[in-house]
Design a protein around this ligand. Structure first.
Ligand code: FES
Ligand SMILES: [Fe+2]
Length: 400
């Protein structure tokens, strides 16, 4: 064998040659002081169902911060950092009273804005108690959810209203849910929030993952390879897809994401046609976990999808499937958590069908930079009279 033959037989593309992988920290990480963490903290985020704010303290993790949610005896919801400002135990073990939450360790009592009202071990109930403040966050209840603002106080925007949750059809009311990421899986997914958010614009995975690969997870028409175009909207990115129905008519489906984490996805089970029925907030729990809070127009309590929807090909709900069945019938949960705790962006090979993801990353980058340079990010409003936000999203049918 001469030298040339030896070179020709050397293997190429093996794992040994791959470079150390990395992720885009400026988009993925959400802690206080990080680029995306600061962008996130310029918006309101749902942190629980309104029914979660009770006299029983509830532990939460939001944007990497450990918090306790409660409702005082006067009915006011409160959100405080979990770590007591006295000697650091968690207020999760506290007791809620008429005026606030009392720490289990030395009994300091804090109101819903973190003011210290009592220090029972101190002379006169604490002469200096006005000098301490338990770190707290403002909250507001709407659409069956508790929203929190965790950013700079001087930049607190108004909590937005949404047309799809304000204008109801006869018989509809607004309900909220936090039990799953939407199509199978637990309430909290063990991967980065951006993996879910990008998936909303990953339109071509629908006929593959939810259609041909795992059988019909949605409906027959959704199994069709659509024609897709993506574009910016005033507050995010939209995907517009076209499919042909059996009777020759055309189904036009628009799906949107809106900053910072809003998923505006019309029902994929296509139970009926029209404007989007629900909104999903992709809440980063921390860098490697997210969960979804949903609010939607429903006709029956707790029923967000047409009856019978949500079954995988083997007709079992996700919670009842064995690990082997989940391997054989993967869905969104498997695909997204399968990318790893934080996907390695350096290893990706984005193609033409990923154009929506590129648009979203560009937009997120530009907004991270806007906040860095002192501007207000896209979509925040300080006007209490701001009209409800209208989305294009929906499933619509037109003649061919
Ligand atoms: S640690 Fe909370 S009152 Fe002492
Ligand atoms: Fe999906």
């Amino acid at each position: 064998m001469n030298d040339r033959d030896a070179t020709a037989s050397i293997d190429t593309g093996t794992g040994y040659e791959s470079k150390p992988p990395s992720y885009i920290a400026a988009l993925a990480e959400v802690g206080r002081g990080t680029p995306m963490g600061e962008l996130m903290r310029r918006y309101w985020h749902p942190v629980g169902l309104a029914s979660h704010a009770t006299r029983t303290p509830r532990e939460l993790r939001v944007l990497g911060e450990d918090l306790v949610l409660f409702r005082d005896g006067r009915g006011r919801p409160g959100l405080v950092q979990a770590r007591c400002c006295h000697r650091g135990t968690t207020l999760y073990y506290g007791k809620v009273e008429e005026r606030g939450i009392r720490c289990c360790y030395h009994g300091w009592l804090f109101d819903v804005e973190g003011r210290c009202l009592e220090q029972p071990c101190e002379p006169d109930g604490g002469r200096m108690r006005d000098r301490v403040r338990q770190p707290w966050y403002p909250v507001q209840e709407r659409y069956g959810l508790v929203f929190a603002y965790m950013g700079p106080p001087a930049k607190k925007p108004v909590l937005p209203r949404y047309e799809c949750l304000e204008v109801l059809e006869p018989g509809e009311f607004v309900d909220a849910d936090d039990t799953s990421i939407g199509s199978g899986g637990d309430a909290v997914a063990p991967c980065n929030w951006l993996q879910h958010f990008e998936n909303v614009l990953d339109t071509y995975h629908v006929p593959i993952l939810h259609g041909n690969f795992s059988g019909t997870q949605f409906t027959e028409v959704m199994n069709q390879m659509p024609r897709v175009t993506w574009d910016y909207t005033p507050r995010g990115v939209k995907a517009f897809s076209i499919r042909t129905l059996g009777d020759g008519r055309i189904m036009r489906r628009t799906t949107e994401v809106a900053l910072p984490t809003l998923r505006v996805v019309p029902n994929p089970y296509v139970g009926g046609y029209g404007r989007v029925e629900s909104l999903g907030w992709t809440l980063p729990v921390d860098d490697t976990h997210y969960r979804i809070y949903t609010a939607g127009r429903v006709r029956e309590k707790g029923v967000f999808l047409p009856k019978g929807a949500g079954a995988a090909t083997n007709r079992k709900r996700w919670k009842d499937m064995t690990p082997e069945e989940r391997r054989d019938f993967p869905g969104d949960w498997e695909a997204q958590t399968g990318q790893g705790a934080i996907t390695f962006h350096s290893d990706e090979h984005l193609a033409t069908s990923d154009h929506g993801i590129l648009l979203l990353r560009r937009m997120l980058n530009s907004q991270v930079n806007a906040v860095r340079s002192g501007e207000d990010p896209l979509g925040v409003s300080f006007d209490p009279a701001e009209p409800p936000i209208v989305f294009e999203a929906g499933n619509f049918v037109v003649d061919a």
